[in-house]
Design a protein around this ligand. Structure first.
Ligand code: ZN
Length: 60
């Protein structure tokens, strides 16, 4: 995530955080994955949202 610049304010300091709700393949799934948000520390613009565990979304 180095060398990235905020599209809104041009800031270069980013932080990562996660959501309290896991993302799931469907409503019935028991397993979910954390979403990792990368956002600008200056203005809060979300630069990217990443799914931590993509394996559970792959077709078997
Ligand atoms: Zn910013």
């Amino acid at each position: 995530m180095e060398n990235s610049e905020c599209l809104k304010c041009g800031g270069t300091e980013f932080a990562e955080g996660t959501d309290y709700m896991p993302i799931k393949p469907n409503k019935m799934s028991l397993t979910g994955s954390n979403k990792i948000y990368t956002f600008c520390l200056n203005c809060g613009e979300v630069e990217s949202i990443r799914v931590e565990n993509t394996a559970i979304f792959k077709k078997k």
